[in-house]
Write a protein that binds this ligand. Structure first.
Ligand code: PMP
Length: 443
């Protein structure tokens, strides 16, 4: 164990991690095993994975069927190219399967290996679309503050969290941001969207990108009428709408895709994470019939965009099996039902706590927000480290969750595997109530 800690510090640069913290304290946990909603570390300590790791292990850990699907495909054909019209059976079948589940106007898919690649691809594809439509000046991407879209070149700039720009500097000027629907009415939020569009010039904007429920920015739910209004504004200005369903896709919110909650059809939809429940890297961009028809008609010569692993046979075979399991076990419905219990539990905790403000959940994507005064929504100061203390108290109780503290918020996020049962939800809620009580008593 000592050896692993030292080797980690010496050789492993972790993503989205404090390098200093790693050097001082070593890795917080070294995981060894996963089973259902549980993770076990090398010391044998067991944790509830209340984040489904990175919002992605939707069908839970330890599914041998997925290992078997990967092994079978690897033995037959682990990899072959999909460039230059080469193809393979699992990629073809998965494109058919996903498009049969997605909003009805989305019937073609471009595969990637993850979320950032999917959003970068969507952004390049909308720009390509406008070029072949004779409007090459439509290049800007309108996104929202607190939105998270990944860390590749385009997606970092679309992300609306300045901490991610500061790391290497924001180099692009073609990304603009408006207000998210957070502590604001639909009217105020839509007004902010309109103002940015008018200021920048609608004819220079290629697309609006948004997560149906903001994830990494703090699990922020849109008001019921928000996306219908977004669609109206996009249509009015001729702007395409990209739904980033990288967290929300594949059952997370109690629907296969979250846009179904509001009956709004995006022009493109990006996915990753839940498509394979994280068992192997896979993502993609779904494209509307209208855009696909324009590409078929007007995209001349080679489309100079493609990743080595676009349409990877093993990854897509795992994707097919993952969706088969989700359907067989009704996990989307379970997410909806368990999500209702989770939300009710959050409300009960709020009723007994001094500092719990807004609580929210849609399916198994939820959050509890801590504030100094729930009446006025006055926040704690960052020095008080309220959310990190709750996360630590949960950790002590064997629960892995995640804090969001941008702009002095104290948000505790939950995104557990979708096969969680009632007893497990009750245990999670008990531990959360206990953790919050301990932190409140020290404030
Ligand atoms: N979009 C959203 C909404 C995400 O939550 C994430 C990852 N958390 C990404 C994009 C980027 O995905 P990846 O980390 O797989 O590149």
């Amino acid at each position: 164990m000592k050896n692993l800690v030292e080797l980690d510090k010496k050789h492993f640069i972790h993503p989205t991690t404090s390098i200093q913290q790693q050097q001082e304290q070593g890795p917080k946990l070294i995981f060894e095993k996963g089973d259902g909603i549980y993770l076990t570390d090398v010391n044998g300590d067991v944790y509830i994975d209340a984040m489904a790791s990175l919002w992605n292990v939707n069908i839970g850990h330890g599914r041998e069927e997925l290992a078997d699907a990967a092994a079978e495909q690897m033995k037959k054909l682990a990899f072959s190219s999909t460039f230059s019209t080469f193809s393979n059976e699992p990629a073809i079948l998965l494109s058919e399967k996903i498009t049969s589940l997605a909003p009805e106007n989305l019937n073609a898919v471009f595969f990637t290996s993850g979320g950032s690649e999917s959003n970068d691809s969507a952004i390049k594809l909308v720009r390509h679309y406008w070029r072949i439509q004779g409007q090459p000046e439509r290049r800007k991407i309108l996104a929202r503050r607190r939105g998270y879209h990944g860390v590749a070149a385009a997606s970092t700039n679309a992300t609306g969290i300045p901490e991610f720009w500061d790391m290497a500097g924001k180099t692009e000027t073609e990304y603009i941001h408006c207000d998210p629907p957070y502590n604001r009415t639909t009217e105020e939020t839509i007004q902010s969207m309109r103002e940015v569009i008018e200021k920048e010039g609608p004819e220079t904007i290629a697309a609006f990108i948004a997560e149906p429920v903001i994830g990494a920015g703090g699990v922020i739910m849109p008001p019921e009428d928000y996306f219908a209004k977004v669609r109206e504004v996009c249509d009015e200005y001729g702007i395409l709408f990209i739904a980033d369903e990288i967290i929300t896709g594949f059952g997370r919110t109690g629907k296969m895709f979250a846009m179904e909650h509001w009956g709004v059809q995006p022009d493109m939809l990006t996915f990753a994470k839940g498509v394979t429940s994280g068992y192997i890297q896979l993502g993609g961009v779904l494209i509307s019939d209208e855009i696909h028809n324009v590409l078929k008609e007007k995209s001349k010569g080679t489309l100079f965009h493609g990743f080595t692993y676009s349409g990877h046979p093993t990854a897509t075979a795992v994707g097919l099996k993952n969706i088969e399991i989700m359907e067989r076990e009704n996990l989307v419905e379970n997410s909806r039902e368990m999500g209702e219990l989770l939300l009710q539990g959050f409300k009960d905790i709020k009723a007994k706590s001094k500092h719990v403000g807004d609580v929210r959940a849609l399916g198994l994507l939820g959050a509890v927000e801590l504030v100094r005064d729930p009446e006025t929504n006055e926040r704690f100061s960052p020095e008080e480290k309220v959310a990190p203390s709750v996360i630590e108290a949960l950790h002590q109780r064997g629960v892995i969750s995640r804090p969001v503290t941008y702009e002095s918020t104290d948000i505790i996020c939950f995104s557990p595997p979708l096969n969680m049962n009632k007893e497990q939800i009750a245990t999670l809620l008990d531990k959360l109530a206990d953790a919050i009580q301990e932190v409140e008593s020290n404030l």
